[in-house]
Design a protein around this ligand. Structure first.
Ligand code: AQP
Length: 332
């Protein structure tokens, strides 16, 4: 089987949550077994929305700690922070000149994040998808594990790679494939099943943080929105109950089961039954990761060493590819 070259990134914008774990990190860990993997703490992306510099520094280390605590091995995979490899910003500029304004105008994440006051959003937030394309293409990555929320950005990256190859009549970039989790590609907020679970949601009750204690998990799941009727029998009945569907989906995924099997086990029961089972399995899987994050954070020198070594390795690949790309564009 052909080896994949895998790239993905996570923004250091706060403590990572269950959505980041089930939608991204869990997949990162599986992929590192048989593939060459590059995992990046994307700090250049983080500053598209203002970040307090002290908090940003802490969050870069905390995201690195979450990578390691989830099972990434810095000896097998390259783990580093984006701003330490200048090739990301250099290639992003070249790709800014390849991507079309019309393509960016279709990006729904910009519309969601900029909100009504679009004029006041940073230019960086608008061209964020071009930087993401640069992250992926800088390493000539072939596969990108992301949550479903990033699918549109990845499609844009494919369009940019194709356009670059066509414009310069050279197959420089492979066209990267998304790797999206099948069972649960999007973990939704515990307070509103139509919104994704997100670090920046004001309510901490909307998400399970990887560092939450067992008590916090129980409290948050107890308070999670569900439904006043018992758990239904069929999938179709869940269409109009996004919060209930989300809890059942999370439980199924953690339990390595399918939604159909979970419904079979739970149909007719009250949501309190599901919530108790869900809390138990969350405590079993998430609490050990949270404990490891805290342990890693006690040794900041080690975390810095991991990202410095990773940056060196990433930089070597980046410089080689960037030389070829610049040459293709016609730079001296
Ligand atoms: N709710 C989610 N369900 C599934 N996957 C998710 N991811 C994020 N939220 C969910 C995936 O996690 C990876 C890293 O995401 P990120 O932190 O870089 O950016 P994000 O998607 O913008 O995450 P947040 O939590 O919503 O951060 P803020 O609030 O700072 O914008 C990605 O692969 C993403 O798909």
């Amino acid at each position: 089987m052909e080896k994949k070259l895998v790239f993905s990134g996570v923004q250091p914008t706060g403590s990572l949550h269950l959505g980041n774990y089930l939608g991204a990190l869990k997949n990162f860990v599986d992929l590192q077994k048989n593939n060459e993997c590059i995992y990046c703490v994307v700090d250049l992306h983080a500053i598209t929305v203002f970040q307090d510099p002290i908090e940003l520094r802490d969050n870069i280390l905390e995201t690195t700690a979450a990578f390691l605590a989830s099972g990434l091995d810095h000896k097998k995979s390259i783990i580093f922070n984006q701003s330490s490899v200048s090739g990301h910003a250099e290639l992003a500029w070249i790709l800014n000149c390849v991507a079309r304004i019309g393509w960016l105008n279709r990006m729904t994440q910009f519309k969601d994040k900029a909100g009504k006051d679009r004029e006041k959003a940073s230019v960086g937030l608008y061209i964020y998808p071009n930087l993401m394309a640069a992250d992926i293409l800088l390493y000539k990555s072939t596969h990108v594990p992301v949550g479903a929320d990033q699918k549109q950005h990845l499609e844009l990256c494919r369009d940019i790679a194709q356009r670059f190859n066509n414009d310069f009549k050279k197959n420089i970039f492979p066209i990267p494939e998304p790797l999206i989790q099948k069972n649960i590609s999007r973990v939704m907020s515990l307070r509103d099943g139509t919104k994704k679970m997100s670090k920046s949601d004001e309510s901490s009750y909307s998400r399970i943080d990887l560092k939450d204690s067992a008590d916090e998990i129980v409290k948050k799941i107890k308070k999670a929105k569900s439904d006043s009727l018992p758990i239904p029998e069929s999938l179709s009945e869940l269409d109009s109950k996004p919060e209930a569907l989300n809890l059942l989906n999370i439980y199924s995924d953690l339990n390595k089961s399918t939604l159909e099997k979970t419904l079979n086990e739970m149909k007719g029961k009250d949501y309190s039954y599901l919530k108790n089972k869900l809390s138990e399995i969350l405590i079993e899987i998430i609490c050990p990761i949270g404990k490891k994050i805290t342990q890693f954070l006690d040794d900041k020198n080690f975390l810095e060493k991991v990202i410095n070594e990773g940056s060196e390795k990433a930089n070597k690949i980046a410089q080689k590819n960037l030389k070829e790309i610049k040459n293709t564009v016609g730079f001296l």
